[in-house]
Design a binder for this molecule. Sequence first.
Ligand SMILES: [Zn+2]
Ligand SMILES: [Zn+2]
Length: 235
Amino acid sequence: MRKVKVTNVQSSWDYERLSEACHKAGCILCRLTGETTRRYLETWKDEMFTDVNVRTTLRSSRGFCHTHTWQLVQMGASLPLAQAYRDIITDEIEQLANDSGKHKQRWFHSKSDDTSSSTAPCPACQQSDQSLARFTSSLRQAISDPTFYTLFLSSHGLCLDHFHLTCTLKPLTTPETWLPLLRTAQLTILQRLNDQLSELIRKYDYRYKNEAPGPEMTAWQTAAALVAGDATPPP
Ligand SMILES: [Zn+2]
Ligand SMILES: [Zn+2]
């Protein structure tokens, strides 16, 4: 295996973050993108929500998506949400009031005239997508490093969505250097989890119930996170 020189400052920072995530439970990309998105929401809640440009962006996206709106509710973003969502409700009232007078004519408009349903994407989802693309690219570089490869093997690996994304997301630069390593590592991790699940299921049998529990007892949670992606990190 080729030793990779990490010279770029950003790559080095990502390498450290990826390595730290290998020591924690769950998919490392779910964890890192979740942390980045959470920091973005914290900054919005603490500082950005008063910024005129940010308010305009949120008006055009009609707020955050369902997931990020409720994450902010859980984070206690009372004043920021009150202000941002009042903007949106004010717009809606204005549009309804203006439309009510010409309601009948609207029935005769063609579909192409109606732009009210086109909204910009959720800004937090955009942050999450950008962060995911960056960490995916950094992971491809890091996997060729023997130290990181060993760390990755000991981790929970990637959830199924993020594994397939890491294998296919463009640009696919020099896949021959990282794709076989990533596939082998993920296969080893999946086989280990599969063995643990089998052991867990075996111990549920009344004949073996007196056997001491082992690391397989949490395999059901690991499998859930691996198949469906990690739960949103708690506030
Ligand atoms: Zn994931
Ligand atoms: Zn979102």
